[in-house]
Design a protein around this ligand. Structure first.
Ligand code: T3D
Length: 265
């Protein structure tokens, strides 16, 4: 376990659990938190012993995005290019690592997710929401465009028209509506959130990790390629997963009418 002041990182049974831990500030992202979050996400991405990741927050919010108190001070005291370096230094690499790591990432959205906090949840592969959770694409509310991958993830989840609506007219979309429009994988009772999300993430951590990686890579590839290219890319992923021990063992288990045990190789 890594115990940073604002982000905890725990690995057990092949699952890395990353918890934003600034509950008094609704898990707003100040520089220290952004540094620790990027480190935790990149550690999980690069650790072969980690086969799934769970991202959550403590307290009543998942994450309300940039810490606007810190940001206000920075805007008045520091050159603009230094202030905005955080997009390249923190927000973009963290979103990229969440979305592209070769293993599933589950967000357990315990409360409101706003601005870059919403984007972080959208960069995850699956989102389990507490009934108390909600999304607010808050950027335009403070005169900003959007970052942390929202321009890429949001239209792919809800379609371009709804993405534009949510970005142009920021407001909190509650958990039920989030599920209706495709932002939530599931919505659960608040008290069940961590248990449900952890069971899901643990099941994924015990799954065919190479196949999961290939599925993520194939979907990402097809997002910017035509059918012919996507078919060719699928073939490369099938060659990799088809040569894996997990595939061989699962086929043998199927023939023997047994449940497969996946080892992630
Ligand atoms: O360098 C850069 O800045 C670039 C990167 C930008 C990326 C971004 O994330 S930009 C977007 C930043 N986030 C926001 O604009 C969200 C602002 N917050 C809200 O819109 C609302 O607070 C929420 C919709 C998230 C929640 O609403 P509600 O009614 O549940 O709570 P509230 O009363 O508005 O907020 C409770 C407290 O949290 C309040 O403080 P107080 O009055 O109790 O002392 C509020 O100021 C504080 N708070 C909420 N969001 C932030 C925040 N404090 C600092 N930073 C925040 N982002």
């Amino acid at each position: 376990m890594t115990q940073d002041e604002h982000v905890t990182y725990v690995v057990g049974d092949a699952l890395a659990t990353i918890t934003l831990n600034r509950p008094e500030q609704l898990n707003a992202l100040d520089t220290a938190t952004k540094d620790a979050l990027r480190t935790a996400v990149e550690s999980a991405a690069g650790d072969p012993a980690v086969r799934a990741v769970l991202l959550t927050g403590t307290g009543r919010a998942f994450c309300v995005g940039q810490d606007l108190a810190e940001h206000a001070t920075a805007l008045s005291e520091r050159p603009l290019d230094e202030v905005w370096a955080t997009v390249e230094r923190h927000y973009a690499p963290t979103a990229l690592a969440l979305a592209t790591m070769p293993k599933p990432v589950v967000a357990a959205v315990n409360g409101v997710a706003a601005g870059a906090g919403a984007s972080l949840a959208l960069a995850c592969d699956l989102r389990v929401l507490s009934e108390r959770a909600g999304f607010n694409l808050a950027f335009a509310g403070i005169g900003l465009s959007c970052d942390t991958g929202a321009s890429w993830t949001l239209p792919r989840l809800v379609g371009r028209a709804t993405a534009l609506d949510l970005l142009l007219r920021p407001r909190t979309v509650d958990a039920a509506q989030a599920q209706r429009i495709g932002l939530a994988t599931s919505v659960v009772a608040h008290g069940d959130l961590l248990g449900e999300a952890t069971s899901l993430a643990r099941a994924l951590a015990a799954g065919p990790t190479l196949a999961f990686a290939g599925i993520k890579q194939a979907l990402a590839h097809s997002a910017s390629h035509d059918l012919a290219d996507s078919l060719a890319f699928e073939a490369t992923r099938m060659a990799v997963t088809g040569g894996s021990s997990d595939h061989r063992d699962a086929v043998a288990a199927f023939a023997a009418k047994q449940r497969p045990t996946f080892r992630g190789r």
